[in-house]
Every structure is written in C-alpha cells, then in structure tokens.
Design a protein around this ligand. Structure first.
Ligand code: GLN
Length: 553
C-alpha cells in the first residue's frame, strides 16, 4: 500500500475547493456531475484535481466484491480505489494517487497508529478534532499544486458514516476564505403520478444538511427532464439559494455528454463566478474543445464486442467498457459490448459470443466461470476472431495454448487448481510469504520492455510501455521456452516476468494478451493501444502495420 506523506500546508496558496454532497439516495451520478464540472474548468484553463471520500470502514476498495461496488480501480501508485476515481481520471485526464481517495478505514488507521506511537500523549483522542483534522489535512494535501479541487463525499447526507466528514467540511469552510469554498448538493427531483416535479425530497435533504451547519451554494436536481422554472424557484425559496443557483441534470444516454449539458445549463460559469476565478478563465473561443468534438463526432459503423466474464454488471468491468468506447472514438465507430456469461457457455451465451466481431476476456479472480473463458479463447484463436485478454484473460490464454497446442492436459494456474500437473501460471515468488489480502498484490504502474518488430511494438509505437498491474500470479518461467517454440510469443517483458503475449500475424489477425490492465490508463482523448488494435482488426486495418501516431504510452 502506498505510504502516506504528511506535509505542512500553506494556507496562502489560494486554492479553490468545491464540495459535492448527495441527497435523497445514492446512485444519482454526483461523481459524473462533479467530474463534468471539473472538465469544463479544465477546458477554461484551470488545473483541476479531485478527491473521493468513501465513508466505509475498509482501508481501500481492494478487498471488496465487484458485484457490490463495481470494479476496483487501480491507480499508478498501486492504490486500489473506488471506480469513481476512474471517472475523475478519464474526465479530467489526470493521474491521481492513493491520497485522492479518503476512507474511514484509512483515516482511523492513521490516527490510531499515531496514538500508539505516542503522538497525542496525555490527550484523549476523539473524532473531533483528531479525525476531522486528519480529514482536512488529507483534502488540503491532495489539492496541492492545483487551482481547483473537487471533493465528492460518497453516500447520502444523513448516513452515520458520513457525519465526521460533513463536520470536517463545516470546519474547513470556516478556515478558508468564503470565496474559496463552494458547496454543491446533488439531489433527486422525482415526478408525481400526475407529472409534477416534486421538490420535497430536496427540501428535506437540504434541511438535513443545514441541521449539521452546512448551507449549499448550488443545488443540482437529477430528474429525467430539465427542471421547470417553477420547480427551480420553489427549490430556491425553500433551500435559501438564488434561482440561478438551481441547476438541472436531466438523463442523457451517454455520460460523456454530461459536460456539454452542464455547460448548456451554465453551471461552470456560475461556479467560476462564485469562486471569483471568472477573470482568470480563458475566453470562450480559446477554450479547449477536443472533448466536445470527440463525443459529438459522427460515427461510421458499429462493432460488436463480446465481453466474456462472470458478472452481469457493467460496473464490474467499467474501465474495460470505457476503454472500448475510447478506442471507438479514435476509430470513429460505435462499440456495442455484449456480456457473455462464462458460466453458461453451454446455452445461448456461446451463440452470442460467436456472433460478435471481437472477444475480450477481462481480469478476474477465482475458479468460477474460468473453463467458459478458456473455451472462448480457444474459439477466438482457432477461428481468427480478434482477441484481447486482460490480466486473467492473458493468463487463461497461456493455459489454453498449453492445453490445446502443447497438449499439456490439465495445464492450469495454481490459483485455480493447486494440484495441476502443469502449473503454467504460478504465484509470484515474492508472494510466497504473504498472508494478508489487503493491498498485497503486485500493484500499480510498472514498465514493460517491448521487443522491436512485434505487434505490441507497433501498437505502442515504441519499445516500452508503462501500465498498471493488479495480480498475484504470473507465467511460470519454466514453460516459457516451450510455449514460444510452439508459437506463443511473449513480446513484452519486465525482467523475466511475462507481460504481453501475441500470435504472429500469419497465424491470427489479432490475438494479444496483457498481464497488466491497459484499461486503467485509457482516456477519451487518448485511447489505449491494445484496445485500438482490437477495433482496427475488426474494421479492416491491419493492426500489425498501422502506424501509431504519437508515442504517448
Ligand atoms: N487472479 C489473477 C492473479 O491474481 C489475475 C488477476 C486479475 O485479473 N486482475 O494473478
């Protein structure tokens, strides 16, 4: 787990803080609203970063089940965090660190460690001020070096776990200048049976906020449509904000259109005005508009990608979905991802997979569904269907090759079958002694050396790449020579650790696997090379020869 720096905070740095809380219920997309506002501030020339507060007691998201919380997102420093941080990285095109995710587990662990070390000698250690001080310190440190920091408080106002955070924000607001702080509250505005937009849930939620000493400056109403002027006026009256401070956030089909909608509503201009930075913003005609151009471009065709996994939940593979979408933006095609249940390859799921243009097997843990994934990989390999394997999808490609090409019956990973006669995937040597599960995998960004003249070298446009990892197992070095002799090329390595595999272009149009997770570095404006290659293979360009434009990866 990354270490925690504790630096002195310079209060004269003049940073601006936007706090975002949520009311009524979770899942309103306040993170996307916040990230979209940040995108617009960035377009206007400001350096923007974000902090996500997760009030749960886990130290990090690493041990959580993707079925409950969605995917575990991995940062470059190896922090295992909530998937919302992925949205901030994608919308703001920044690399965040573990310090940008504040959890109750992390805060308490730190304060308790300090107590044990004697740092509070003689004093009673309490939520106020010790925990709240630690929360404020973390926010200030994460904001360091930026003009604006957006802080999203997870959960809903009124949750017990969230209380220390809201108290910390209350204190924070007193410690900073008034025009350096902005409180945004995102709530739900439902329709009544007779088609009326109802403001009562918003009123209650703001009342709850005010009872703990927080007055929102801006209210954003999530509704299937735009808020009517009457609705906005009513919210303004009851919640004590001007009508101009009440914004709509209607449903959109594509989350990448939310920044355009926020802009249309004028939320960004209002925020700049309230934070008194409007004068420093770039004039409108000089603002960055690459995002808008990309997400509104006319696409030319559709590509069907089968994602073979065990979770029937888009959030469980969010970054893979996003990376496919980014590759689609680059290749100018719409990408439809169809989930194929790897536990049900016997029935119509196998059929769904066969209909697709390309196959992706994403990361995963545990035995459930692995035989179905191996079957999918065999199908892709034998039938020339473009294939991309990510982490577990890379390891299973090795297993499939060992079993079906090298005839090593029962070849497996020792994670999935301890007694396999052919352990082609085995535990990383440095993991032998590790027993704790939290934050102990091989995590974060590591450099891979890429062999010249390979598909990987063409994709990455160079002889190295630095991508993020999250695994405990790897290709067993004892099998490498045999696998390569049989045609499975390891084109990317990190020392004697295998990082990228591929089949030669004579054998397959596009068959590649990565031990790392390229999806975590993919951005709308900077698609990930292995994903772009997958689509190139479908739309007819040969990814083995297409020149990569910039060597940014
Ligand atoms: N379970 C495998 C390992 O730990 C793959 C991990 C992954 O796909 N993220 O090595």
């Amino acid at each position: 787990m990354p270490t925690e720096p504790e630096t002195d905070y310079d209060p004269d740095l003049g940073r601006k803080f936007i706090f975002v809380t949520g009311g009524v219920m979770s899942g309103l997309g306040k993170g996307i609203t916040a990230a979209s506002t940040g995108r617009l501030l960035k377009n206007a020339g400001f350096d923007v970063t974000a902090v996500k507060i997760d009030p749960y007691l886990n130290v990090d998201a690493g041990t959580m089940n993707p079925f409950q919380h969605g995917e575990v997102y991995v940062l470059k420093d190896g922090g295992e965090v909530d998937l919302d941080l992925g949205n901030y990285e994608r919308f703001l095109d920044i690399d965040m660190t573990f310090d940008h995710n504040i959890t109750t587990g992390k805060t308490y662990q730190h304060v308790i460690e300090k107590e044990r070390a004697g740092d509070y000698l003689g004093r009673t250690v309490q939520i106020i001020p010790h925990i709240t001080d630690d929360i404020k310190r973390r926010i200030r440190e994460a904001a360091e070096g930026n003009d604006v920091c957006i802080i999203e408080v997870g959960g809903t106002v009124g949750d017990i776990e969230g209380m220390p955070y809201l108290e910390a924000l209350r204190q924070f607001a007193h410690e900073e200048d008034e025009d350096d702080i902005l409180f945004t509250h995102v709530t739900l505005v439902p329709y009544s049976k007779n088609g009326e937009q109802k403001t009562k849930p918003t009123q209650h939620s703001v009342k709850e906020l005010r009872s703990i000493g927080l007055q929102p400056d801006v209210l954003v109403g999530r509704c299937s449509d735009k808020l009517d002027i009457d609705t906005r006026e009513k919210i303004a009256l009851f919640c004590d904000v001007p009508t101009e401070a009440v914004f709509s956030n209607p449903d959109v089909d594509d989350i990448y259109h939310v920044p355009l909608m926020v802009e249309e509503e004028g939320l960004d201009e209002y925020v700049m005005e309230r934070l008194d930075i409007g004068d420093e913003a770039l004039p409108e005609d000089e603002r960055e508009n690459r995002w808008r151009d990309l997400v509104t471009q006319q696409t030319d065709g559709e590509v069907e990608v089968a994602l073979v996994g065990k979770y029937d939940l888009e959030d469980a593979y969010m970054s893979v979905h996003e990376a496919l979408k980014h590759a689609g933006l680059e290749k100018n095609v719409d990408v439809n991802v169809r989930w194929v249940n790897s536990e049900k390859m016997g029935d119509h799921h196998a059929e769904r997979m066969r209909d697709a243009d390309a196959i992706v097997v994403p990361g995963g843990f545990g035995t459930r569904g692995t035989e179905g994934k191996i079957e999918a990989i065999r199908y892709a390999r034998e039938n020339g269907v473009p294939y991309l394997g990510l982490c577990l999808g890379f390891q299973l490609a090795v297993i499939e090759y060992a079993r079906n090409v090298l005839d090593l019956t029962g070849a497996h990973s020792t994670e999935l079958d301890e007694d396999t006669p052919h352990p082609v995937i085995d535990i990383l040597p440095e993991q032998y002694e590790i027993e704790d599960m939290g934050g102990t995998m091989r995590l974060g960004a590591n450099e891979t050396e890429i062999e010249a003249g390979t598909l990987a070298a063409t994709l990455y446009g160079g002889e190295s790449c630095t991508e993020r990892h999250r695994h405990r197992y790897e290709v067993n070095p004892e099998y490498i020579d045999d696998l390569e002799a049989a045609g499975l090329k390891f084109s990317g390595r990190s020392g004697n650790r295998m990082e990228i595999l591929e089949l030669a272009s004579d054998d397959h149009p596009y068959f590649i696997g990565t031990q790392f997770h390229p999806e975590f570095r993919s951005r709308p404006t900077r698609a990930s090379p292995p994903f772009v290659g997958l689509l190139e293979a479908v739309v007819g360009d040969d990814p083995h020869t297409v020149e990569t434009e910039e060597v940014s990866h």
